[in-house]
Design a protein around this ligand. Structure first.
Ligand code: NAD
Length: 495
């Protein structure tokens, strides 16, 4: 299959592609064969500073936030159209960079264009204030204003989609930004810069600085010229970022890790539940924040579920990410591969059974982990408590609703949950009792762009998505207007 080398990727600062001050580069590897794809400019604090200054100037002095909404949204819609135009190229680059199967990255590219269209629509129709009449003596009303310069820090697991998910509401609401994409998946962030350049946005409105978290990312978080940080990534990184942003009192949105349960009762439609559970853990090569990485299954159907999962494992198409028929590709990086395989070893050591398939010889140079099911497990095991972020499903039986609810909630995370039952009362009851930001009942993860997205506990702080993004990406200002004479104390008025 076609795995091309690519040209060097540069930063995008103040409307120009630039090498960066130090001139340093780092290699970008193809997860399919661990060969270099290209070199990436490595940004440091001084590059971040330039990018923030250009975003600051574009916000304070440029036309972006002051232009007529219709005009700003024309740019946003142009970006969406260009994403569609380059959809195949984006999905190719994403698969080359991340190992995600091309059939899945195509859908992500289409979704990315939707993010821009959606926020253009949303800003027009739903970014509305409120008015409070106060006894005929005041009218108080609220308006939303852009906050300033947004720092956007993104992970490698669905890079392009997640970048657009932050960039679209940031720009549509009139902010300017600096994006620091994940160092293991920089290609499509560069494509986004090219698209935004082609769409003709005023210089400095959108900037990208490539580089590592501890240097470029940390500098963005600490920069006094940045008002807000929207971060998606690991929980431990989220804590570090909040610590580092404290001195400059940033506003944070945190989309973090997960260990989400799928709870399957014996009255559920098992065929559908099986399809969904398999899809939810093995799509995106298992590198999905909302994956149902714990399958909590009623004891009466446990053995049948294991037998059917074994059958599925044997049929899942592991392959070249560029092959349209591939269902599971290689993991993003050798370091991550080592981490995931280490968890599988831990499961064995802690006494669980592990089933998986063989990796074909021709794929041995890539970061492949065969889809794996761990059973004879309990909820206290490491593989039931920690996020593995690979194609690894831990299966645990339960007896009663009380027991399964306890297990579902007995993890530090609270991102998503999936409940499978045909008992409508139980479905709602359990959904409402699970500690997680999102629950699906009798469904895989399908998401309407209008609804809130985010996690509870260690899975995140705040909600993005739909109009919920406005609370984060805008400043709410209240304006109090007196309508009659006010009884104002007259300090110092009389001698
Ligand atoms: P990560 O935390 O290692 O890195 C994410 C980003 O943060 C990268 O751009 C990285 O360079 C940067 N970074 C790292 N250290 C930093 C620091 N000290 N200061 C500033 N930036 C820093 O995460 P990852 O490994 O790229 O992504 C996988 C994780 O993301 C998983 O835990 C997954 O669950 C989570 N995730 C969550 C969601 C969600 O919406 N909740 C969605 C996708 C992924």
């Amino acid at each position: 299959m076609n795995h091309r080398k690519m040209g060097k990727v540069l930063h995008y600062i103040n409307g120009q592609f630039t090498e960066g001050i130090s001139g340093h580069v780092f290699p970008n590897l193809n997860p399919f064969n661990n060969e270099p794809i290209n070199e990436i400019a490595e940004g440091f604090a001084e590059d971040i500073d330039l990018a923030v200054q250009s975003a600051r100037k574009a916000f304070d002095e440029g036309p972006w936030r002051k232009m007529a909404l219709k005009e700003r949204l024309t740019y946003i819609l142009r970006i969406a159209d260009l994403i569609d135009k380059y959809g195949d190229e984006i999905s190719y680059m994403e698969s080359l960079d991340t190992g995600l199967p091309v059939a899945q990255t195509k859908k992500q590219a289409a979704r990315a264009a939707e993010n821009f269209r959606f926020y253009a629509e949303m800003v027009k129709s739903r970014m509305v204030g409120e008015a409070y009449q106060v006894d005929g003596s005041f009218i108080n009303y609220t308006i939303h204003k852009p906050v300033g310069v947004a720092g956007l820090i993104t992970p490698w697991n669905a890079p392009f989609m997640l970048e657009t998910w932050k960039v679209a509401p940031t720009l549509a609401t009139g902010n300017t930004c600096v994006l620091k994409p994940a160092e293991w998946a920089p290609l499509t962030a560069n494509k986004l810069a090219e698209i935004i350049h082609e769409a003709g946005l005023p210089e400095g409105v959108f900037n990208v600085v490539h580089g590592f978290g501890e240097t470029a990312g940390a500098a963005l978080v600490a920069h006094p010229g940045v008002q807000l940080i929207s971060f998606t990534g690991e929980t431990t990184t989220g804590s570090e970022i909040i610590r580092n942003g404290a001195a400059t009192l940033k506003r944070f949105s945190m989309e973090l890790g997960g260990k989400s349960p799928a709870i399957v009762f014996d009255d559920a439609d098992l065929d559908t539940a099986l399809d969904a559970v398999v899809w939810q853990i093995f799509s995106f090569n298992g590198e999905r924040c909302t994956a149902n990485s714990r399958l909590l299954v009623h004891e009466s159907i446990h053995d049948e579920m294991i037998a059917r999962l074994k059958e599925r494992l044997g049929n899942i198409r592991l392959g070249d990410p560029m092959d349209e028929s591939t269902e599971v590709g290689p993991l993003i990086h050798r370091n991550h591969w080592e981490n995931v395989t280490r968890y599988i070893e831990i499961a064995r050591k802690e006494g669980a059974e592990v089933i998986s398939t063989e990796i074909p010889e021709k794929f041995k140079s890539g970061n492949y982990v065969a889809p794996t099911v761990i059973y004879q497990a309990n909820n206290q095991m490491t593989v039931a408590q920690e996020e593995i972020f690979g194609p690894v499903l831990t299966v645990i039986p339960f007896k009663t609703e009380e027991e399964v609810l306890r297990m579902a909630n007995d993890v530090k995370y609270g991102l998503a949950a999936y409940v499978w039952t045909n008992d409508i009362k139980r479905g709602h009851r359990l959904a409402q009792a699970v500690d997680s930001g999102m629950v699906w009942v009798n469904s895989q993860n399908v998401r309407d762009l209008r609804v809130p997205f985010g996690g509870s506990k260690s899975s995140g702080i705040g909600r993005e998505g739909g109009h919920y993004s406005f609370e984060f990406y805008t400043e709410t200002q209240v304006i109090h207007v007196a309508l009659d004479e006010q009884h104002i104390p007259k300090f110092g008025a009389s001698k």
